[in-house]
Design a protein around this ligand. Structure first.
Ligand SMILES: Nc1ncnc2c1ncn2[C@@H]1O[C@H](COP(=O)(O)OP(=O)(O)O)[C@@H](O)[C@H]1O
Ligand SMILES: [Mg+2]
Length: 267
């Protein structure tokens, strides 16, 4: 569990218009871990993720599975780190769902038969059986997000990187996605401000703002820290507030029944 599969050291990045997006970022992810990167809009979450498979290259070091990302190993790194973009329209560009999901395996020069087997199996797993011939542009957002995920999972990456995976989904579709992610037993890195999703899926949290790490720790510690979250435009997830209220109610009930019991047993 302690093998570091991603290590980011002193990472700095500015966009060409001089916007400073990452400032001396440092964090790591262990094998098998589900790490949440949380933070307000504009904190630098997406910029950070784009460094993990070399789409962006800042100053500093990004190591994946022990290897520093460089021009020479970029192709290999991208096979290991599967990135699902926030907007599925950035991921889907082929005329059919089948073509989109088969695109990556075709580039890996896999046999046609193997490709069809993999595509059919992943579409089935994600509840997209029979969608192969459809045009991605005609699908709902939830379906597009599933196809995007399929284009990544079909390559069997070791590390799954998800950018705002539940944003704009209706509650039912959102729950389906949470269940899908729960079933994926890979190292996961999830950038989101859906803190309820974080409380269900992640064990460790990195809170970032203005391009740098503000706090990191267990999900339990960070997600219950009302002041810290509110200082960075986030809030304690409703599920934890409700749990807290239930616990308080239970305590109150126990207190009342205890005082009743004392009265009844008092001589
Ligand atoms: N292509 C770009 N050119 C210039 N600035 C950008 C670009 N993309 C993002 N930014 C800026 O970088 C900062 C971090 O953005 P981003 O990584 O998208 O944050 P987040 O994903 O946390 O919302 C923001 O200030 C944003 O305006
Ligand atoms: Mg973003």
């Amino acid at each position: 569990m302690n093998e570091k599969v991603i290590e980011v050291e002193n990472l700095n990045f500015s966009y060409p218009d001089k916007t400073i997006a990452l400032r001396n970022m440092n964090f790591s992810v262990s094998r098998g871990e589900s790490l949440a990167i949380i933070g307000p809009n504009g904190a630098g979450k997406s910029t950070l993720l784009l460094h993990l498979n070399g789409v962006l290259r800042g100053e500093g070091t990004v190591r994946v599975l022990g290897e520093k990302i460089s021009k020479e190993n970029l192709k290999r790194i991208r096979e290991k780190v599967g990135m699902v973009f926030q907007d599925p329209n950035d991921q889907l560009f082929m005329p059919t769902v089948f073509d989109d999901v088969a695109f990556g395996p075709l580039n890996l020069c896999l046999e046609r038969e193997e490709i069809e087997k993999r595509v059919d199996s992943i579409l089935k797993e994600l509840g997209l059986e029979g969608y192969g011939k459809k045009s991605p542009s005609h699908l709902s957002l939830g379906e597009k997000k599933k196809v995007s995920l399929a284009t990544v999972l079909v390559l069997e990456p070791e590390i799954l990187v998800l950018d705002e995976p539940t944003i704009s989904l209706d509650p039912g579709t959102r729950r389906i996605f949470i269940d899908i992610f729960k079933d994926i037993k890979k190292t996961k890195l999830i950038a989101t401000h859906d803190l309820d999703l974080v409380s269900q899926l992640c064990s460790k949290v990195v809170l970032m703002d203005k391009g740098t790490v503000i706090a990191e720790g267990s999900c339990r510690d960070i997600l219950r820290n009302k002041k810290l979250l509110e200082d960075h435009s986030l809030e304690v997830p409703a599920s934890l507030v409700l749990n807290g209220l239930k616990r308080q109610e239970l305590k109150e009930k126990n207190r009342l029944s205890f005082s009743l019991w004392r009265k009844m047993t008092a001589r």
